[in-house]
Design a protein around this ligand. Structure first.
Ligand SMILES: Cc1cc2nc3c(=O)[nH]c(=O)nc-3n(C[C@H](O)[C@H](O)[C@H](O)COP(=O)(O)OP(=O)(O)OC[C@H]3O[C@@H](n4cnc5c(N)ncnc54)[C@H](O)[C@@H]3O)c2cc1C
Length: 204
């Protein structure tokens, strides 16, 4: 890649890997990662095990902190900022600082979108009520753990019997919570959990 200015939106697995690769390819590039979260480069696959107290320390989920990228790779990671608009003709990204609402503009020569996915919430009545959570980000896992600790939760329903739903269910059971999995399909997906965990940690 010729020298220039690379902006990456999203700072978890894909975004930070793209940033590190760009730096390895060209030490002269200016590389900036924008992410609306305060945590970057974390092991999403560990979240169910953190909820289940198998992983006890928050720091075990965090592969790198934002400042590590500056020190180790000369990559500027800006957290708590949400990209709102991309203008491809001008090659700019308009983003809002979530702490004070200030709007900033970033120029780029190359732009990488690594914005990931978001949970699909079924259109069911009452979905906005309390004690209903999704498991996608580290912040959500912290909130779930706090909920379990502070509200003395005894029963849980997990909507979705895919691998993540089942891992969450397995971990809720591990903490002593009576758990029911609700699945639309006539079957659930399953892979032996210990094997999945090992695969996950190797990948990160
Ligand atoms: C509970 C759970 C368990 C999992 N288990 C496994 C496993 O065992 N093995 C495995 O391989 N994978 C697993 N995964 C999947 C893996 O975590 C994801 O594939 C991986 O996190 C995807 O990384 P990503 O960088 O593409 O996206 P994400 O992790 O979604 O990161 C995207 C980032 O972009 C940010 N962003 C989005 N829009 C904007 C915007 N407009 N401005 C600024 N920032 C923005 C988001 O806030 C987020 O921080 C699991 C995921 C979860 C949630």
């Amino acid at each position: 890649m010729e020298s220039g200015n690379v902006v990456i939106i999203g700072g978890v697995a894909a975004g930070t890997k793209a940033a590190a690769k760009a730096r390895r390819e060209n030490p002269d590039l200016k590389v900036t990662v924008l992410t609306r979260e305060s945590y970057v480069s974390y092991a999403g696959c560990g979240l169910p095990y953190y909820i289940g107290d198998v992983i006890r320390e928050e720091k075990e989920l965090l592969v790198k902190k934002p400042e590590d990228f500056l020190i180790d790779y000369d990559i500027d990671v800006i957290t708590g900022i949400e990209a709102l608009k991309i203008a491809p003709e001008e090659k700019t990204v308009t983003a809002k600082d979530l702490s004070d609402g200030a709007v900033r503009e970033f120029n780029y020569d190359k732009l990488v979108l690594a914005t990931g996915a978001s949970p699909s919430i079924p259109p069911v009545k009452g979905k906005e009520l309390g004690n209903i959570v999704t498991v996608r980000t580290l912040r959500e896992a912290f909130a779930i753990k706090k909920l379990l600790r502070e509200r003395n939760i005894k029963k849980a329903v997990v909507v979705g019997g895919g691998m993540i739903g089942l891992e969450v269910a397995e971990n809720l059971v591990h903490t002593g919570i009576k758990t029911t999995v609700v699945e639309l399909a006539p079957h659930i997906k399953w892979l032996f959990p210990a094997r999945r965990t090992r695969l996950c940690w190797r990948a990160t």
